[in-house]
Design a protein around this ligand. Structure first.
Ligand SMILES: [Zn+2]
Ligand SMILES: [Zn+2]
Length: 324
């Protein structure tokens, strides 16, 4: 959804600069060769499209993470394409779809549908040596998604019944914000685009500005947008947009616990209101599936547990598009 582009981008609060990180380990990292692109655990490319009745697929792609960022996770994470935040992001997406399927099966729905989350080979963008436009240095969400699509086309990646999720590391790219998806490639199972659905989660931004808990929720959030469409969202409760399917539950007087699709939308629209960046629109908290208010809230906590309204909407979407 386009309203995922960040509303706020002020403030500088870098926790690890290149200089600090290198000083901390005595410069040893400079001697460690890094080879992005060499990956042993990826599933590589799939040349053939899934069968019309095959599983619905969510394919998750890691991208380049700079050395100084990897150092935050320890020397053991200088190699490989799946540093801890990306591994946790993948696991979070898996858990979200497990919840949806469990919800559906308890109600004897989607009994024949298989949903599969798998790892894609890394997507590495090379920057032009002479930047020719602002888009080459600080790509917009649209430009980033277009580059991602080019890679998918080159690989002959599956189109049908597939959502491609790019895990991006760009903490300072306010144009991408936490990520998002753009029509006509924003609906899994739609034949509007030639490359399936694509979405981007800016894991670098949530890790840098927020926390792992926010990373997990925003990755789920940006993926679920491609499994939610307006008609279905409106049909679940009194819901106007995807975000309102989420819940914000007061678990103590000063603590609000927020579900994935409400993350970045449940707080007041200001710096420090929950997440660092706040989505625009969706100010009417009364329309959320449940929102206990932000008055007196000092702790914002996040749960990967999907709200019942979210599970219902995604179940209806899967039924509508893929089952039957
Ligand atoms: Zn959103
Ligand atoms: Zn919204």
């Amino acid at each position: 959804m386009s309203d995922d582009r960040s509303a706020a981008s002020t403030g500088r609060r870098g926790r690890v600069t290149r200089r600090e990180a290198l000083a901390a380990i005595g410069g040893a990292a400079l001697a460690t060769p890094l080879r992005p692109g060499v990956d042993t655990d990826s599933t590589g490319t799939t040349a053939t499209d899934p069968l019309p009745n095959g599983p619905v697929r969510i394919r998750v792609y890691p991208s380049f993470v700079p050395l100084q960022a990897r150092l935050r996770y320890g020397l053991g994470e200088l190699r490989g394409n799946w540093p801890p935040p990306f591994r946790d992001a993948l696991a979070a997406i898996e858990s979200a779809f497990e919840q949806v399927i469990a919800y559906a099966r308890e109600r004897s729905r989607l009994e024949d549908l298989e949903v599969r989350v798998d790892r894609g080979a890394p997507v590495l963008f090379s920057l032009p040596s002479i930047p020719s436009s602002v888009d080459s240095v600080l790509p917009s969400l649209e430009a980033l998604l277009e580059r991602f699509r080019e890679r998918l086309r080159e690989r002959d990646a599956p189109v049908r019944r597939t959502c491609h999720v790019l895990l991006r590391w760009a903490p300072l790219n306010y144009r991408v914000g936490y990520g998002g998806t753009v029509a006509p490639n924003s609906m899994t199972g739609s034949d509007a685009g030639d490359t399936g659905a694509q979405t981007v989660a800016n894991v670098g931004a949530t890790e840098f500005w927020d926390s792992r808990a926010v990373t997990r929720n925003m990755v789920i959030h940006e993926t679920l947008h491609t499994f939610l469409e307006d008609d279905i969202v409106h049909s679940v409760g009194d819901t106007y947009c995807d975000h309102e399917l989420g819940v914000a539950v007061r678990t103590a007087d000063d603590t609000l616990q927020i579900s994935p699709i409400a993350t970045a939308y449940a707080g007041p629209d200001r710096i420090g209101g929950g997440t660092r960046f706040h989505g625009t629109g969706c100010y009417d908290h009364d329309r959320f599936a449940r929102h206990d208010g932000t008055e007196g809230i000092e702790n914002w906590v996040y749960t990967t547990e999907l709200s019942e309204a979210t599970c219902e909407a995604v179940t209806r979407f899967l039924e509508h598009r893929f089952a039957g």
